[in-house]
Design a protein around this ligand. Sequence first.
Ligand code: IPE
Ligand code: IPE
Ligand code: MG
Length: 237
Amino acid sequence: MEMVIPQHVAIILDGNGRWAKSKGMPRNYGHSKGAKNLEVICEDAYNMGIKYLTVYLFSTENWKRSQEEVAGLMKLFRSYTKTCIKTAQKNNMKVRLLGDPTGLEPDLQESLAKLVESSKNNTGLNFQIAINYGSRDEIVRAIRHLAQDCVEGSVKPQDITEEMFSGYLDTREVPDPDLLIRTSGEQRLSNYLMWQLAYSEFYFTEVPWPAFTKDDLWKAIEKYNGRERRFGGRLEE
Ligand code: IPE
Ligand code: IPE
Ligand code: MG
């Protein structure tokens, strides 16, 4: 049987902390291994034929973690972003950001902007990084922007459609995910892409993110292939 490769895969990279703990290591060790694994999975996903990969790196709720962990994560994002500027060129990846960058330190905002700018003409994997991202925050920011356009008169409330509203979200230009994967056993969305995941298939695995491999990704795709995709009662053509 011919495998259908989902065009867009979204991942909640979870379980870094528990994975590290199981090895008697600090949580930030898990984050650092998780970031390394992300580079590997990006290449694997593209080689499998996935066109869009969207990953959840840091949620608007993750600021509530200990100061030590948050500082460690920000340090890691700084080095990850620098490395990603190089790997995006090497692997022809086009990187987009989801979330509110204004909540991040100015130097991190700058390197993230540089990552997006330097990769914008690449034609390989479309790679979306959700950082300081929350679906509710994204929707509220979109509504503010849309309300402003209404006040200024460029949009009439009666002309607002689902499609138009999507254009105000951070994911404008990106098709909705076909498949959502969450690692490490939890089965919840944690404020991720709530608008965009309306019709996506969900796949949960016990494997923690730092241990997640190409084979695990393949298993998710196989499971996805075994499902009859329905869109409001209609089978996918
Ligand atoms: C996911 O791993 C990475 C981030 C949320 C930054 P966790 O840090 O949530 O790891 P667990 O879920 O506590 O094991
Ligand atoms: C979701 O994971 C956020 C990211 C993976 C960045 P969490 O581990 O933070 O989610 P909860 O707190 O368990 O719901
Ligand atoms: Mg977690």
